[in-house]
Design a protein around this ligand. Structure first.
Ligand SMILES: *[C@@H]1O[C@H](CO)[C@@H](O)[C@H](O)[C@H]1NC(C)=O
Ligand SMILES: *[C@@H]1O[C@H](CO)[C@@H](O)[C@H](O)[C@H]1NC(C)=O
Ligand SMILES: *[C@@H]1O[C@H](CO)[C@@H](O)[C@H](O)[C@H]1NC(C)=O
Ligand SMILES: *[C@@H]1O[C@H](CO)[C@@H](O)[C@H](O)[C@H]1NC(C)=O
Length: 442
C-alpha cells in the first residue's frame, strides 16, 4: 500500500511536471498533491517493522500496540487513531504518543483490577473498559511515588511471577520494581537486557521490545534466555512476507497470532493454517514442517477461514467459497471448485471454523452457532442448528484422536462432542496452542 502510494505520488508529480500548466494551477495542484501524499505517508504498516511506543493487553487479553497517535488492536488489521478508543488521551496532551502502558492485573487489588494505565510525559491515565476513571489524568508522582516521568516502558508483574504484585517500569538503564500494595520501589539493574522501548506480559511471559525486535526476559532477574532478540513481526504480527532470516517452522510454532483453521486428514496428519503459511505434522512423527499455502494449495492462495477433512478430501472455506482438494502428494484441486459456500454446504459464508468427527456430519461454526451439515445428502444440507454459549467467537476447530479441539486465540479447549460444545456452560481447561499443540517451549 505504501509502495503503491509512493508510485502514485511520484507519477502524479511527474505528470504535473511534464504538463503545460500555468503557474497558478500548478501551485494549486502541487498543494493538493502534497496533502494527498502526506496523508498516504501517514498510513502505518506494522509489517514494515515499526518500533512501538507502548504495548498492553486490554481487559479481554487482546494486545494493543501504540505507535505515535495510532493504535493497532490485536495481531493484524490496520492502525486506528488512539483517540477513537481513548478520547481523553488527546485533551490533556498534544504530543500525540504514549510513553508506556500496562494492564493492572492483580486479583488482590480489586479497585484497579484490569484497569489499563497509560503514561504520557508526567501524567498517568487509568481506563476501565475504555472509560477514563474519575480524577484522572494524575501526575505519575501522585499515583506511583518514586517512579520518574517520561518513561520508556511499563509492564505488570503479578505474584508469583514476581515476588510481590508489582509493576516494572523502564527508563533508560534504570529498572524500577514497584510494589503495588506497599508502594515501595526497588531499583534493579537488568544487566543483559536491551533497553526496552515498550514491554508487555502475554500468556504469563514477559517481552521487552527494542526497535522492531523483542527479547523474552525473566521479570525477577531481567535475564534473557535462549536465542534473542527476535523479529517482533514473526511472533506478534500477521504479515504476508517475513524476512529472509525467518525460520518458518519456529515462527509458526511459537507465533502468538491466532490460527485461521486446523484439521487432521483421514490418515491423522495435522494441518494448521495461519495467514500465508501452514504447519503440517504427520501421524506418528513429531517433526513439524512449514510450507506456504500458495505452494500446496495454489488456488486458495492464502488466509483460509475454516478447513475440514472428509473422505480423503480437504474442504477449505475462504470467504464465500469452498475449495476441495484430494489429499495426496501433491494435493489436487477438484474440477468445478471453488463453489459458493451456500451452494456446497447450505450456509451463507463466511464461516469461522469447521470439523468432522466420525460419520458424515460436518459441523460448521459461524459466530455463536454450530450448523450440522449432512455430507451424504445431495445437495449437502443443514439438518440442525445449535448455539454456543461458552465462546463469543471461535478461530478454528478439529476432531483429532477422539475429541474436539476448539481454538480461541492462543488457547485450545477439549470437548467430547459437538453437543458438549453447545450445551456446556463452563469453559474447560485452557491449553496453550504454541506449547501443547506445536511443542514450542513458551
Ligand atoms: C484524534 O486525533 C487526530 C490526529 O491526532 C485529530 O485530528 C482528531 O481531531 C482527534 N479527534 C478527537 C475526537 O480528539
Ligand atoms: C503535577 O505536576 C505539575 C508539574 O510538575 C505540578 O505543577 C502540579 O502541581 C502537580 N499536581 C499535583 C496535584 O501534584
Ligand atoms: C512488598 O510488599 C509486601 C507486602 O507488604 C512486603 O511483604 C514486601 O517485602 C514488599 N516487597 C518489596 C520488594 O518491597
Ligand atoms: C519425520 O519427518 C521428517 C521430516 O519430513 C523426516 O525427516 C523423518 O525421517 C520422519 N521420521 C520418521 C520416524 O518417519
Amino acid at each position: 500500500m505504501k509502495l503503491l502510494a509512493h508510485i502514485l505520488c511520484l507519477s502524479l508529480g511527474l505528470a504535473l511536471a511534464l504538463a503545460d500548466f500555468d503557474i497558478f494551477s500548478l501551485l494549486h495542484f502541487s498543494f493538493l498533491m502534497f496533502k494527498l501524499c502526506s496523508h498516504f505517508e501517514a498510513v502505518l504498516d506494522r509489517c514494515q517493522g515499526l518500533e512501538m511506543d507502548a504495548v498492553a493487553v486490554n481487559e479481554e487479553g487482546i494486545p494493543y500496540f501504540f505507535k505515535g497517535d495510532h493504535l493497532f488492536k490485536g495481531f493484524h488489521g490496520k492502525a486506528e487513531l488512539s483517540n477513537e478508543s481513548f478520547t481523553e488521551l488527546d485533551d490533556h496532551h498534544h504530543l500525540g504518543h504514549v510513553d508506556a502502558a500496562f494492564r493492572m492485573h492483580y486479583e488482590d487489588n480489586l479497585a484497579d483490577h484490569d484497569h489499563m494505565f497509560f503514561f504520557l510525559d508526567h501524567k498517568v491515565f487509568s481506563y476501565y473498559q475504555h472509560k477514563l476513571e474519575e480524577g484522572y489524568p494524575k501526575n505519575i508522582s501522585e499515583v506511583f511515588p518514586g517512579i520518574p516521568d517520561h518513561l520508556d516502558a511499563a509492564v505488570e508483574c503479578p505474584k508469583p511471577e514476581c515476588d510481590e504484585d508489582s509493576v516494572i517500569f523502564f527508563k533508560g538503564d534504570d529498572i524500577y520494581h514497584y510494589n503495588v500494595s506497599t508502594k515501595d520501589v526497588d531499583m534493579k539493574e537488568f544487566k543483559t537486557m536491551p533497553k526496552c522501548t515498550s514491554a508487555f506480559r502475554f500468556m504469563e511471559h514477559y517481552y521487552c521490545f527494542h526497535g522492531h525486535m523483542f527479547s523474552k526476559f525473566d521479570p525477577k532477574t531481567g535475564d534473557v534466555h535462549g536465542k534473542y532478540p527476535k523479529d517482533a513481526r514473526d511472533y506478534f504480527m500477521r504479515c504476508s512476507e517475513f524476512g529472509d532470516e525467518s525460520d518458518h517452522v519456529e515462527r509458526e510454532r511459537c507465533s502468538r497470532v491466532h490460527l485461521d483453521a486446523i484439521t487432521a486428514d483421514d490418515a491423522g496428519n495435522m494441518y494448521a493454517f495461519r495467514g500465508h503459511h501452514f504447519l503440517r505434522q504427520d501421524e506418528g512423527n513429531d517433526t513439524l514442517k512449514a510450507d506456504t499455502i500458495e505452494n500446496a494449495f495454489k488456488e486458495l492462495h492464502s488466509e483460509v477461514d475454516a478447513v475440514f477433512s472428509y473422505e480423503n478430501h480437504l474442504y477449505m472455506i475462504k470467504d464465500e467459497h469452498v475449495f476441495v482438494y484430494k489429499v495426496g502428494e501433491p494435493h489436487t484441486h477438484l474440477d468445478g471448485y471453488p463453489k459458493p459456500v451456500k451452494e456446497e454446504l447450505g450456509i451463507e459464508g463466511p464461516v469461522d471454523a469447521a470439523f468432522i468427527c466420525e460419520g458424515d456430519t460436518a459441523y460448521i461454526i459461524k459466530g455463536q452457532t454450530i450448523f450440522d451439515v449432512d455430507m451424504k445428502a445431495t445437495p449437502h444440507a443443514v439438518t440442525h442448528e445449535r448455539p454456543i454459549s461458552t465462546f463469543k467467537r471461535v478461530d478454528a476447530a478439529m476432531c483429532h484422536r477422539g475429541g474436539i479441539k476448539v481454538v480461541v486465540g492462543n488457547h485450545f479447549y477439549h470437548f467430547e462432542s459437538p453437543m458438549m460444545l453447545s450445551t456446556g456452560r463452563l469453559i474447560p481447561k485452557q491449553h496453550k496452542v504454541s506449547m501443547e499443540l506445536f511443542g514450542c517451549d513458551h
